[in-house]
Design a protein around this ligand. Structure first.
Ligand SMILES: NC(=O)c1ccc[n+]([C@@H]2O[C@H](COP(=O)([O-])OP(=O)(O)OC[C@H]3O[C@@H](n4cnc5c(N)ncnc54)[C@H](OP(=O)(O)O)[C@@H]3O)[C@@H](O)[C@H]2O)c1
Length: 315
C-alpha cells in the first residue's frame, strides 16, 4: 500500500510517498481504507519534531481521515461502515492517516449513518469539527441568544465553530482573513470582520460577547471583546499559559481546548455532516504526491477552509 512517511524531522521536503506492507489490524482494531485526510498545524509540529513521538523512524503524517472499514470488527464498528477517524495525540507512535490502509481502534472512529457515502470534502469537518465541538459545547456552553465571537474563523476550526455555535442558538460574529469573510456569513455569522481592519481593532475592547473561540491570533489581544465573567476557548494549547494572567485581568475565564478523539463526538459530527447540518469548506485539495506542498502552504494564507488530501489521486 502507499503511505506518506518521513525518515527524519525537518521541513516539508522530508515527506515521501512510499510503498510499504499493509498493516494487520490487532485484536480490538479495524482496518480502514481511507478516502481523504486533512493537513493541520499539528502535522507540521510532529514533522518538525516539536511534539515528541518516539525516537524511531519512519513516521507517518496526518491526524484525521475518513474512509471505509474493510476488515475487523470492534466495538460497534464493522466492515462496510463509513467512518471519520481522529488519531488524537499519540506520543510514542509514528502512525499517521495519510496512508492507504489504517489499522485503528474504534475509540478513534465515528461511523456515518448507514447508507451515507462520505465525500472527500467531508474530511474538512473531522479534526476541525471535533476541535470546534469541544471549544463551543464544552468550553463556551452558549445559551440560546448569547453572543459568540469566533476569532481566526476562516480555517477548518473557525468555520465549524461558527456553525456549531449557531446551531446551539447563539448569535455569532466572526473575525477572519479577507478571503473567508463571505464564507463566514454564508455559514451563519451575522457580521464578519477582517482581522487586519479598523472595525476588528474596535471590536477588541467592545465587551460585547458572552463567549469567544480563539482559533488564531494572540488570545490576549481579544479578551476585552468578552464581557466580564464570560468565557474564551483557546484552540492553540501553546497560547494558553502565556495568556492566563491577561485573561484574569480582563475578568474572562480562558479555557484550553484539546480535540481528543472521542468516538461519541465523531459520531455526532458524522451524523450532522450526513444530515447537511454542518457544511464542509475545502480551500485547497491536493493529491497524495502533493502532501509536501500542502504542508509548505499551511499557515501561509489567505485561508478559506481546510487543506485536504484526496487519497484517490495517487502518483
Ligand atoms: N486543540 C486541538 O486539538 C487542535 C486541533 C486542530 C487545530 N488546532 C488549532 O486551532 C487553530 C486553528 O486551526 P485552523 O486549522 O482552523 O487554522 P488556519 O487554517 O490556520 O486558519 C486560521 C484563520 O485565522 C486567520 N488569522 C490569521 N492570523 C490571524 C490573527 N492575527 N487574528 C485573527 N485571525 C487570524 C487566518 O486568515 P488568513 O490565512 O487569511 O491570514 C485564517 O482565517 C490552530 O492554532 C491549530 O493549531 C487545535
Amino acid at each position: 500500500m502507499w503511505a506518506v512517511q518521513y525518515h527524519r524531522s525537518g521541513g516539508p521536503e522530508v515527506l515521501r510517498v512510499e510503498e510499504i506492507a499493509a498493516p494487520s489490524p490487532r485484536n480490538g482494531q479495524v482496518l480502514v481504507r481511507t478516502l481523504a485526510s486533512g493537513v493541520s498545524r499539528i502535522d507540521a509540529l510532529y514533522r518538525r519534531g516539536r511534539l515528541p513521538h518516539g525516537p524511531t523512524f519512519p513516521k507517518q503524517t496526518g491526524f484525521d481521515a475518513i474512509g471505509e472499514v474493510v476488515q475487523g470488527r470492534a466495538g460497534a464498528i464493522r466492515p462496510g461502515d463509513r467512518v471519520a477517524v481522529v488519531l488524537g495525540l499519540e506520543p510514542l507512535r509514528g502512525r499517521g492517516t495519510t496512508v492507504e490502509l489504517l489499522a485503528v481502534e474504534p475509540s478513534r472512529c465515528g461511523a456515518f449513518p448507514a447508507g451515507y457515502e462520505p465525500r472527500v470534502e467531508d474530511c474538512a469537518l473531522v479534526l476541525g469539527g471535533l476541535t470546534a465541538l469541544r471549544a463551543v459545547r464544552d468550553g463556551l456552553r452558549p445559551r440560546r441568544g448569547e453572543r459568540v465571537l469566533v476569532v481566526g474563523a476562516g480555517g477548518p476550526v473557525g468555520l465549524a465553530a461558527i456553525q456549531i455555535a449557531r446551531g446551539a442558538g447563539a448569535a455569532v460574529d466572526a473575525v477572519a482573513g479577507s478571503a473567508a469573510l463571505e464564507e463566514c456569513q454564508v455559514l451563519g455569522a451575522d457580521e464578519a470582520y477582517d482581522y487586519r481592519g479598523e472595525e476588528a481593532a474596535q471590536l477588541r475592547a467592545s465587551r460585547r460577547y458572552d463567549g469567544m473561540v480563539v482559533a488564531a491570533g494572540r488570545p490576549s489581544d481579544w479578551f476585552t471583546a468578552v464581557r466580564r465573567g464570560g468565557r474564551a476557548a483557546l484552540t492553540d494549547g501553546g497560547a494558553w499559559p502565556e495568556s492566563v494572567v491577561r485573561a484574569v485581568r480582563a475578568g474572562v475565564q480562558s479555557i484550553p481546548i484539546a480535540a481528543g478523539h472521542a468516538s461519541g463526538d465523531l459520531r455526532w459530527l458524522a451524523r450532522r455532516i450526513a444530515g447537511g447540518d454542518l457544511v464542509p469548506v475545502v480551500g485547497r485539495r491536493y493529491g497524495v504526491g502533493e502532501v509536501g506542498r500542502a504542508h509548505a502552504e499551511l499557515g501561509a494564507g489567505p485561508t478559506r477552509g481546510a487543506r485536504i488530501i484526496d487519497h484517490r489521486r495517487v502518483p
